[in-house]
Design a protein around this ligand. Sequence first.
Ligand code: ZN
Length: 137
Amino acid sequence: MKSFRKELFFTTDKRYQLIHITDAVQKAVNESGIKEGLCLVNAMHITASVFINDNESGLHQDYLEWLEKLAPYSREGYHHNVGEDNGDAHLKRQIMGREVVVAITNGKLDFGPWEAIFYGEFDGRRKKRVLIKIIGE
Ligand code: ZN
């Protein structure tokens, strides 16, 4: 069995941002040389997510509006916000998830219809990382 590890780095302009990373993940699969296996992609920060859904801008706006209703940004009202102001971002990350695992078949990410991988940033404007770990043959 082979294994391959790579990190992606993101510094968003905005506090919240959803970034399409499917091409970057497929590039890592290509670099790994693995044809049959599993690909894990996870945010390495507790205020960011990796998730799979449709690459459609209206849906992304719906996510951001929905998350803002669930956990609105505020310096007040979060017990976590003692010297920090990202209580909302921890909660947003929790609901959008930490990681995805995608099968690799014949050297390609083996998606269902319309599936695409996204990095979800909820406390941006600083350098953050995503881990890609691929195992297989
Ligand atoms: Zn925090």
